[in-house]
Design a protein around this ligand. Structure first.
Ligand SMILES: NC(=O)c1ccc[n+]([C@@H]2O[C@H](COP(=O)([O-])OP(=O)(O)OC[C@H]3O[C@@H](n4cnc5c(N)ncnc54)[C@H](OP(=O)(O)O)[C@@H]3O)[C@@H](O)[C@H]2O)c1
Length: 261
């Protein structure tokens, strides 16, 4: 098996990829990996200092073009502006990692309307804003593409203190399937990636607690995933390797989501 064989299947040369929520954790790792696979990348987030630094690092390390754009997925104006900048500078993104998300863990009866609204507006409606804008741009450009929504195993199963988060991620799974169904005829694939626990800024404090450590020890793999263990699934969805794969929700979780005890 030659490298040419793998590059042809999984390579992203000549593609423009956009990562929403690229300033830390999973999104930052995705942006680096997409560039290593040959794509020019657009990095979107609110913390522009971080994405500007990461864009410079990506260009230096991979030689790919990288553009940092201010993006708040709760604000439709910035979503449109981010795609405008991307198209003007690098071209229409045809690989879109729709990844921005927050978690506001609370016992169900302690959740406020504000907790609910913030979580849904970012995790579900934010991904809807970015996903629909991405598809409109691909359609206008007459280009097929791939949208990968970062859901969670909490979109498939559940855990204490996760009512709003898990509900938002279950919505992301269904939304991905609805988008896949309607956009297949345009050559736009949409899938949901369902990570288990990976240590990032969204959960590092929780995972250090006794409860977090106990939860990891009881999981089938008895550990959190490493970010590099999430990259191959992302590259499969991003590339033509998955040209007939759409409307799926893939757990990458060391069997966490299938354990019943
Ligand atoms: N880590 C895990 O175990 C795990 C498991 C399953 C699913 N996930 C999902 O994976 C995704 C990435 O999370 P992570 O673990 O990498 O956590 P993270 O390090 O906290 O990253 C979250 C990213 O989302 C961005 N973001 C949040 N609100 C945003 C907004 N309004 N507009 C634009 N960007 C926004 C953040 O950027 P700014 O704050 O700079 O805007 C940051 O880049 C999330 O959707 C999360 O729910 C994570």
């Amino acid at each position: 098996m030659s490298n040419d064989y793998l590059s042809e299947m999984f390579g992203l040369s000549g593609k423009v990829a956009l990562v929403a929520g690229a300033s830390s954790g999973i999104g930052a790792a995705f942006a680096v990996a997409l560039a290593k696979a040959g794509a020019d990348v657009v990095l979107g987030a609110r913390r522009t200092d971080r994405i500007e630094a990461l864009a410079a690092q990506i260009t230096e390390e991979t030689g790919r073009k990288a553009l940092a754009v201010a993006l708040d997925v709760t604000d439709a104006g910035t979503v449109k502006a981010a795609f405008d900048s991307a198209e003007a500078t690098l071209g229409t993104p045809t690989v879109v990692c729709n990844n921005a998300g927050i978690a506001v863990p609370n016992w169900a009866l302690d959740d406020s309307e504000d907790d609910w609204d913030r979580t849904m507006n970012t995790n579900l409606k934010g991904m809807w804003r970015v996903g629909t804008e991405a598809a409109r741009r691909m359609l206008a450009a007459g280009k097929p593409g791939s949208i990968l929504n970062t859901a969670s195993i909490l979109g498939l199963g559940n855990a204490p203190q996760q009512l709003t988060y898990a509900t938002s991620k279950a919505g992301v799974v269904q939304m991905s399937k609805a988008m896949a169904l309607e956009w297949q005829r345009h050559g736009i694939r949409v899938n949901a990636l369902c990570p288990g626990y990976f240590v990032t800024e969204i959960n590092d404090v929780f995972l250090e607690t006794d409860l977090g450590q106990k939860m990891l020890r009881r999981s089938p793999a008895k550990r959190a995933g490493k970010l590099e263990e999430l990259i191959p699934a992302m590259l499969m969805f991003a590339s033509s390797a998955s040209s007939f794969t759409t409307g799926t929700a893939l757990p990458v979780d060391g069997a966490h989501s299938v354990a019943i005890a």
